[in-house]
Write a protein that binds this ligand. Structure first.
Ligand code: DAH
Length: 335
């Protein structure tokens, strides 16, 4: 028994003297004096010993255990106060910086133009209630327009917003008219994912409310935005559209820059990409937000930021954008 104890103590002392890291010291401590340590096995064997042996080995084991514990504590103190020399200060530092996501770049370019035109940039809520996402926008519970925007309903009664249009409502509730606001953000839809559809993508909502606002004001703003983002005169067309929260409603399409208008998988063979829907704010929406439609009019639009980024950078598959693939992301730099 004495030999066993002496051997254990000398092995422990040897390991303590060699260890250089606190984490390793912790492991060694557990091995020698921890709950499942060999020392504890010896201590628990006391109960099977004769009472004479108990009198001899009990105090000896306890004394040696105490001695080791003291050694462990001293070593902890010396390790934590010693300088860590494992860091080589002469190693070269990686000075490579990250790059912005293409959607972030496009959002910044658009909000910069809008800010110059006097728009305030707002931040909406990704988790939204039914009222702001649908009802206040003239889309009641049983309205067929809801079918187009199937979403993810949450256990707390809220939903992941399907559009940034709810931000119009928040803005009208919070601020006085006249109003010029825009709000970029992430939206969600229960979509089958393919080259041009994602369940998570980005939009930018814009809204102007004032006296005498007309639809040509909106076309002017759209034109300025796209020319700025693409640094060229972009070919566009305007079609009538339908949205419950605008009347009249329009779809502004842009000639597909991936195929130059010939037709490809991104534009579903049409040569055009639906980019900016918008229109004159429906009187019901104004009324819902306490604004008198006989005094004020306004326009609103919702830019597909993700689509815009795809057009600008000729990205043929929307799935790259959420992939988190650094090789893809490293290609983009702010201009
Ligand atoms: N929220 C619509 C959508 O996601 C887009 C939209 C259409 C926004 C018309 C508008 C608007 O502000 O006036 O499909």
């Amino acid at each position: 028994m004495e030999e066993k104890i002496a051997k254990l103590v000398s092995m422990a002392k040897d390991e303590i003297s060699k260890v250089t890291k606190e984490a390793d010291l912790l492991n060694i401590k557990a091995k020698y004096v921890g709950k499942k340590s060999e020392f504890n096995t010896l201590l628990s064997s006391l109960k099977d010993m004769s009472s004479e042996d108990k009198k001899i080995y009990g105090p000896l084991l306890n004394a040696k255990k105490k001695e080791l514990e003291q050694l462990f504590n001293d070593k902890f103190t010396s390790l934590s106060s010693s300088v860590d020399l494992s860091f080589d200060e002469t190693l070269p530092v990686n000075l490579e910086t990250g790059s912005l996501h293409p959607v972030t770049i496009v959002a910044k370019e658009i909000t910069d133009v809008l800010k110059r035109m006097g728009f305030t940039v707002l931040k909406g809520y990704e988790m939204e209630d039914d009222y702001h996402n649908f009802e206040a926008l003239n889309i009641p519970k049983d309205h067929p327009a809801r079918d187009m925007q199937d979403t993810y309903y949450l256990d707390n009664g809220l939903l992941l917003r399907t559009q940034t249009s709810g931000d119009q409502v928040h803005a009208m509730e919070k601020y006085e008219v006249p109003l010029r606001v825009c709000s970029p953000g992430r939206v969600f839809r229960n979509e089958d994912v393919d080259a041009s559809h994602e369940n998570t993508f980005f939009q930018l909502e814009g809204m102007v409310i004032d006296k005498n606002i007309k639809i040509e004001n909106m076309f002017y703003v759209m034109n300025e935005l796209l020319n700025e983002v693409f640094h060229q005169k972009v070919k566009m067309r305007v079609r009538p559209g339908f949205f419950p929260f605008t009347e009249p409603s329009f779809e502004m399409d842009m000639c597909c820059l991936i195929c130059g208008g010939k037709g490809c998988s991104t534009c579903h063979g049409t040569g055009w990409i639906e980019l900016i829907p918008g229109g004159m704010v429906h009187p019901n929406v104004l009324r819902n937000c306490g604004i008198d439609p006989d005094v004020y009019t306004g326009f609103a639009f919702g830019i597909g930021l993700t689509r815009l980024a795809m057009m600008k950078y000729k990205i043929s598959d929307i799935r790259y954008l959420n992939s988190g693939d650094l090789r893809f992301l490293e290609e983009f730099e702010i201009e």
